[in-house]
Design a protein around this ligand. Structure first.
Ligand code: C2E
Ligand code: MG
Ligand code: MG
Ligand code: MG
Length: 283
């Protein structure tokens, strides 16, 4: 029978699992060196306002592996957290962001409202000295915290709510902007949401992907935008890939959008060219 055949073919040595464990081991053993050797690089993805202006960029980390492709953060950020090198990884990203500010300023392209969004790690967020540490780092590099948006996720905020609120208040007191990334995919309760001192919600890409399906449509997006309006938060949509999504979101007065429709994440040098050559023609 089919069942028997399936049982017979069952194999304790699973090549797919073996491959993924091998890959994981490689990442673990090479990541620390990679940070020291500056193989960790920061890419930037533009965020565009409903008027077609550049609001800022999101910093997205990459591993420029010498004998491999560009490795995705999905493959190594969690590993960095587990092996205790996340702080140095985040530091590379933050320093790259400061370098971006300096270059934009020297090119005369730094507008007063330009923002850089940085993804925070849950481990970093638990550091009781976080607001002081970050402020010191940015001020040393000449960047005011008000230019920086820290992206948090719902899971960081609901884990230990009182501590999370204190942490957010400390960061706000230093002038950082706060955003909740991938909003709608986690479990933050609406009652708490209004007590969070945050500035922005980011609508997760999965909701934009569902825009075209008749039975789900734009319901959740509309709800998040309305919620944000009521709570006085800005709203950013991630994963805008086509004109239909753009038109819809503009008409809904979204604050800003990012996605492949405008630009993919890119190295700083390409971003300067993109601002020069492409920004004026995005729509
Ligand atoms: P995220 O913060 O939600 O970032 C958005 C992800 O969506 C990025 O993937 C971006 O490249 C991708 N994206 C943006 N627009 C589009 C689009 O139109 N279509 C498609 N298919 N994808 C789009 P990426 O760069 O692979 O980053 C994945 C995740 O890794 C991030 O999700 C974030 O959670 C994490 N991450 C990235 N950089 C850092 C970092 O510096 N520190 C930490 N702790 N996490 C990071
Ligand atoms: Mg993000
Ligand atoms: Mg996101
Ligand atoms: Mg996401």
């Amino acid at each position: 029978s089919a069942k028997r055949t399936a049982q017979k073919n069952y194999c304790f040595f699973d090549p797919a699992l073996h491959e993924s464990l091998k890959k994981r081991f490689e990442i673990e053993s090479q990541l620390k060196d990679a940070i020291n050797k500056r193989e960790i690089v920061t890419y930037f993805q533009p965020q565009v306002t409903a008027n077609g202006e550049l609001q800022g960029v999101e910093a997205l980390v990459r591993w420029n592996h010498p004998d491999k492709r560009l490795v995705s953060p999905i493959e190594f950020v969690a590993v960095a957290e587990e092996i205790g090198v996340i702080d140095s990884l985040q530091r590379v990203v933050m320093e790259d962001c400061c370098a971006l500010f300096r270059t934009l300023q020297s090119q005369g392209r730094l507008t007063p409202n330009f923002r850089v969004s940085i993804n925070m790690s849950a481990i970093q967020f638990r550091n009781v000295n976080l607001s002081e540490d970050l402020t010191q780092l940015f001020l040393q590099e000449g960047v005011a915290p008000s230019f920086i948006t820290l992206e948090l996720t719902e899971s960081m905020l609901v884990e230990e709510i009182d501590g999370a609120i204190k942490q957010m208040q400390a960061l706000k007191a230093k002038g950082f902007r706060l955003s909740i990334d991938d909003f709608g995919t986690g479990y933050s309760s609406l009652a708490y949401l209004q007590t969070f001192p945050i500035d922005e919600l980011k609508i997760d890409k999965s909701f934009l992907d569902k825009m075209d399906s008749a039975n789900i449509g734009t319901g959740i997006i509309d709800t998040i935008i309305t919620l944000a309006e009521h709570l006085n938060f800005e709203v950013v949509a991630e994963g805008v890939e086509h004109q239909g999504q753009l038109d819809y979101l503009r008409q809904k007065h979204i604050t800003a959008m990012q996605g492949y429709f405008f630009a993919r994440p890119m190295p700083a040098e390409s971003l300067y060219e993109w601002i020069e050559d492409d920004l004026d023609n995005i729509y």
